[in-house]
Design a protein around this ligand. Structure first.
Ligand code: SF4
Length: 63
């Protein structure tokens, strides 16, 4: 699984950073979320999918 964040949509609310700190981080230059891992490990996929669903602005895409 790959996760991407639309930085034109992300508000930097940090919900994904709080729920999946091993995968998402707040960029302290842009104050938007970044994906830390190029490929999401299998045991994290459910949490990342949940974070994508929970993103209040739908900025996280998974494929
Ligand atoms: S939950 Fe969505 S809006 Fe909030 S920081 Fe993460 S990607 Fe950005």
């Amino acid at each position: 699984m790959i996760a991407t964040i639309d930085h034109d949509t992300c508000t930097g609310c940090e919900e994904c950073v709080i729920s999946c700190p091993d995968v998402f981080e707040l960029n302290l230059t842009t104050y938007l979320a970044d994906v830390k891992l190029p490929e999401i490990p299998g045991d994290m996929e459910a949490d990342v999918s949940a974070a994508a669903t929970a993103c209040p602005v739908g900025a996280i895409a998974v494929s």
